[in-house]
Design a binder for this molecule. Structure first.
Ligand SMILES: Cc1cc2nc3c(=O)[nH]c(=O)nc-3n(C[C@H](O)[C@H](O)[C@H](O)COP(=O)(O)O)c2cc1C
Ligand SMILES: CCCCC(=O)C(=O)O
Length: 363
């Protein structure tokens, strides 16, 4: 792990209520996937190219829904006020200052309008995206989309990997089922039909299907990203259903504990979509080298989840800023060491599976 991220993780662990630390840190089942997301990156290496000098490297990338100053965005995570009193406001400010995108969660502890306003106060051109769990009741889905649009969000990220909430042993052992008094999922107030059920599995529905994605396509003209895709056939279906982008993700190991590591699922999804839409990877990214490997395997960008929560818990807005700065700096350094003059130089032929010498493959 990047040393700054490791330092902030340790600081966050010391600062957080252990119950909330475990909610953030934990995974589903036996936490096999949680460990594999990071371990799979350690099994991959990058062959450097030589004598391709460039004084500086352009790290920017344009995606449907915004320009990223580096190929890294902040993945949606719930309940930032468990980490710091400023919650998502602090995260939004730091992410906007870093020139990248925050995907703000439906289960945020600050309403989406305030999150976007905080980002725009730092940078009027900042893009914030809204993460949505599609709802059984179409009126509720429509209401949430309208809130995201009214707030000024630039894209909607539809999470598809949570028909039911993963079973988290750590939360069960602590008896963690609800937010402490004073905190709430602010986007979920006053929805048609009343509250959506338990705080920790807000509105997840086993009935959600491709029909709901088509409905979303009709409800909004914002770019729609589909998050939680691992099977290449689902990636093709997503393109057929007119998504603007795909997030290869196993939800940070918090849903199916039988899923493969996210980076191991990436190449087949990239191949299946054949460049028709960009593919973002999240899960286990803990350093600039991981960003480089994901891009070499065909990701347009990566998402980071827990490291941002550690930065937030350790030092609020400044902590999140340090996480993003450290990842950008390390990625740029790795890119230079690999002979990369820009992102396009990160190609699949550079990727080697450690211990096998096999190039251009993963896992
Ligand atoms: C505490 C926590 C809460 C999360 N909440 C959400 C959520 O509300 N919606 C969602 O789509 N993904 C959620 N995720 C998954 C992240 O978006 C992302 O897929 C994952 O954190 C990436 O893995 P990483 O933490 O190893 O970077 C959550 C992850 C964590 C750790
Ligand atoms: C409470 C909403 C879901 C949060 C979530 O997706 C997670 O904890 O992984």
């Amino acid at each position: 792990m990047n040393t700054v991220l490791a330092e902030l993780h340790d600081k966050a662990r010391a600062a957080l209520d252990p119950v909330h630390y475990d909610y953030y840190a934990g995974g589903a089942g036996e936490e096999v996937v949680l460990g594999e997301n990071e371990a799979a990156f350690r099994r991959l290496a990058l062959l450097p190219r030589v004598l391709r000098g460039a004084a500086t490297r352009d790290l920017g990338v344009d995606l449907p829904g915004g320009h990223l100053g580096m190929p890294l965005l902040v993945a949606p995570t719930a309940f930032h006020r468990l980490a710091h009193p400023d919650g998502e406001l602090a995260t939004a400010r730091a992410v906007a200052a870093a020139g990248t995108v925050l995907v703000s969660g439906m289960a945020a502890t600050v309403a989406i309008g305030e999150v976007v306003a905080a980002a725009r106060a730092v940078d009027p051109a900042a893009s914030v995206w809204f993460q949505l769990y599609p709802q059984t009741d179409d009126d509720v889905t429509a209401c949430l989309v309208r809130r995201a649009e009214d707030a000024g969000c630039a894209a909607v990220v539809v999470t598809a990997d949570s028909p039911v909430f993963g079973r988290h042993r750590r939360d069960a052992e602590h008896g963690f089922h609800d937010l402490p008094p004073g905190l709430a999922a602010e986007n979920m107030r006053d929805l048609p039909g009343g509250p959506l059920g338990g705080t920790l599995d807000i509105g997840m529905s086993p009935t959600v299907s491709w029909r709901h994605l088509d409905l979303l396509r009709e409800l909004t003209s914002l770019p729609l990203w589909l998050k939680g895709v691992l099977h290449p056939e689902d990636a093709v279906l997503a393109v057929d259903h007119r998504v603007a982008g795909i997030v290869v993700s196993n939800h940070g190991g918090r849903q199916s504990d039988l899923a493969p590591a996210a980076v191991e699922a990436l190449p087949a999804v990239v191949d299946a979509v054949e460049g028709r839409v960009p593919v973002v990877l999240d899960g286990g990214v803990r350093g600039g080298g991981d960003v480089a490997v994901a891009l070499a395997l065909g990701a347009a960008a990566v998402g980071v989840g827990r490291p941002v929560l550690w930065g937030l818990a350790a030092d609020g807005e400044a902590g999140v800023a340090r996480v993003l700065d450290a990842l950008r700096d390390e990625f740029d350094h790795v890119l230079a060491l690999c002979g990369g003059r820009g992102l396009a130089d990160l190609t699949r032929d550079l990727v080697v599976t450690r211990g096998t010498g096999v190039t251009g493959r993963c896992g």
